[in-house]
Design a protein around this ligand. Structure first.
Ligand SMILES: [Cu+2]
Length: 166
């Protein structure tokens, strides 16, 4: 009887930690994606970029080797870097995420570059993206489209309020 109740508690704790992972937490067995978003398309352009934190909870390293989505036939892994005081953007073949660690894709750093958008991405919509790994099953995530303006106000709010774990 004691064993059973302990197991139930474990399950409850596990599901609680998933919920507290955030509204846009995307769960697979050992890879989670948090704080993801896609930039709203700037009028007159057909590109966008996606940002997120990819957490690898397994003991071994995983390699993100690409991404696919219905909104575009062409998504690349990119990295911004400073070279001789100039901002440079380079394509990367993969992003390695060491065991039990995470990698942050963020403005002015690593990002997914989305080319040739079939239609403009609108603020507030959710875009499915499939992340491809070298030695791990695909991870399907859904990222909200956010305008630069709204992203800034959300960040402001987040620093003001404490997060509550229910
Ligand atoms: Cu880029």
């Amino acid at each position: 009887m004691k064993k059973v109740s302990q197991q139930i508690i474990k399950i409850v704790v596990l599901s609680l930690s998933m919920v507290s992972g955030g509204l846009w937490a995307n769960i697979s067995a050992d890879i989670t994606v948090k704080n993801g978003y896609i930039r709203e398309t700037i009028p007159g352009t057909v590109i966008s970029s996606a940002y997120m934190t990819i957490n690898n909870m397994s003991l071994s390293a995983v390699k993100l080797i690409g991404a696919v989505s219905g909104v575009s036939k062409h998504i690349e892994i990119h990295e911004h870097s400073m070279e001789n005081g100039m901002m440079n953007m380079q394509q990367r073949q993969f992003i390695e995420i060491a065991g039990q660690s995470s990698v942050k894709l963020q403005p002015s750093g690593l990002h997914l570059m989305i080319f040739d958008l079939k239609s403009p991405l609108k603020d507030g919509t959710l875009i499915p993206i499939t992340l491809k790994f070298a030695t791990h099953p695909d991870v399907l995530i859904k990222l909200p489209v956010e305008s630069i303006k709204r992203k800034k106000s959300v960040e402001k709010k987040a620093t003001k309020t404490h997060s509550h774990h229910h």
